[in-house]
Ligand binder design. Structure first.
Ligand code: NAI
Length: 392
């Protein structure tokens, strides 16, 4: 169980690019990283594309004025000259900027934590992976839901054979907030999501399904997709060629099959993300709107609801427990768990502790690369007319 005590030698000096006053995701990063105050300290930032607003925001949240920078290039250069300069930077900016900022950060000898979808192409992701290796740095990816502990319970139970052989992987990440084009006109964060120059080759496949795809990999680390078929649509026509709805069929290397439904036009949907794994004996099902509950359905027996923080859960799951039984945890705890693992990975990397790094399960550059690969394959299939393609 976690109680905020220090797990690394000193808090890591942390900066953000983006995630400022108007940014949607910035606060999630801060609630995650600063949860324990023994993992990270926020000492600098280039928080906003608007330098003045960024500085005003930074000062407001307690960052020294002289370390609120007008842009990331200035921040990396000036922080490099300080004895107490930053160790790591989080990138919480629109998709098209991730690659350049990530590359510049690694070249400035910084660890990186970057938003998903990581980049536009697997070539970019491969290049960054190699650069990070050369520089001895980690690149973490903020798949923000993946810190919910019950996902590790699913992983452990499947590994222990509790559902038998995996047959069906049923994934869904949908919502209805883009059922019309209203937000595309009025909401800055939505405008760029449907512009291929900023969002990349996809809308919901990159924006939503990369999360769920990563979680399926976390739960099923030994299963790989062999081929897939993706059918994507732009129900709001002005979004074309970017999709606001997609269905994907998958074939896995062990004979299992899977589906992913990802959509932003699922009108009325408030129960967004679902993972159901069907085995030969039983199934497991988890929803992100009820993250403290895991359904375990054994064929022929009453359905069991497993509850977070209970002693019957696997050790790997309860290791990330924070609030204890009777008290609900949520997305903030999930982010805190991920950020704590980033801190431990950075600390281990700096100390050359390969053993810790080998055993630490967190969304790293390989998972970021895999997310880019997922989108690339889905788009390739869809754009050939929804045909089966080998997963390359
Ligand atoms: P947003 O449009 O709401 O905010 C973007 C922020 O970046 C703004 O503060 C803007 O001023 C700043 N910015 C843009 N260019 C910049 C630059 N060159 N230098 C400094 N600041 C810059 O976007 P949102 O929704 O916060 O998304 C940002 C990223 O986070 C995207 O990649 C998105 O896919 C991802 N995201 C991830 C979520 C998760 O759960 N992990 C949830 C929401 C978004």
């Amino acid at each position: 169980m976690l109680n905020g005590e220090r797990l690394i030698s000193r808090p890591i000096r942390w900066a953000m690019v983006g995630g400022g006053r108007t940014g949607q995701v910035g606060y999630k990063h801060r609630t995650g990283a600063l949860r324990d105050n023994t993992a990270f300290e926020l000492v600098a930032g280039a928080f906003d594309i608007d330098a003045e607003r960024g500085k005003d925001f930074g000062v407001n949240i307690g960052v020294p004025e002289n370390r609120c920078y007008p842009d990331y290039q200035t921040m990396f250069a000036e922080e490099a000259d300080r004895e107490d300069g930053i160790d790591v930077v989080s990138i919480a900016t629109p998709n098209a900027t991730h690659y350049d900022i990530c590359k510049a950060a690694l070249e400035a000898d910084l660890h990186v934590i970057c938003e998903k979808p990581l980049f536009f192409t697997t070539e970019e992701a491969q290049f960054i992976k190699e650069l990070a290796e050369e520089k001895g740095k980690i690149v973490g990816v903020t798949y923000g839901f993946s810190g919910h502990q019950l996902l590790l319970q699913m992983r452990a139970m499947i590994e222990q054979g509790k559902i038998g052989d995996v047959r069906v992987v049923d994934l869904q990440y949908t919502h209805g907030f883009c059922a019309t084009d209203e937000g595309d006109q009025k909401n800055d964060a939505q405008k760029w999501r449907v512009d291929p120059k900023v969002a990349g080759p996809s809308f919901v496949l990159g924006d939503l399904s990369t999360h769920t795809y990563y979680m399926s990999q976390l739960i099923l680390p030994h299963m790989k997709i062999k081929k897939l078929l993706c059918d994507r649509q732009s129900f709001v026509g002005s979004r074309a060629p970017l999709e606001d709805n997609a269905h994907v069929l998958m074939h896995y290397d062990n004979g299992a099959v899977g589906t992913m439904w990802t959509s932003s036009i699922n009108a009325g949907c408030m129960d967004a993300q679902r993972i159901r794994i069907v085995g030969s004996k039983a199934s497991l099902e988890w929803w992100d709107s009820r993250p403290n509950e895991l359904r375990y359905e054994v064929q022929g027996e009453p359905v069991q609801t497993m509850i977070r923080a209970m002693p019957y859960l696997d050790e790997s799951c309860n290791a990330d427990e924070r609030l204890g039984a009777l008290h609900a945890e949520g997305l903030s705890e999930s982010w805190a768990n991920i950020y704590l693992k980033f801190a431990m990975a950075i600390d281990a990397k700096d100390r050359g502790d390969k053993e810790t790094l080998k055993n630490l399960v967190y969304p790293d550059i390989d998972t970021g690369l895999e997310g880019v690969r997922w989108v690339e394959n889905c788009v390739r299939s869809a754009d050939q007319g929804a045909v089966w393609v080998d997963f390359e």
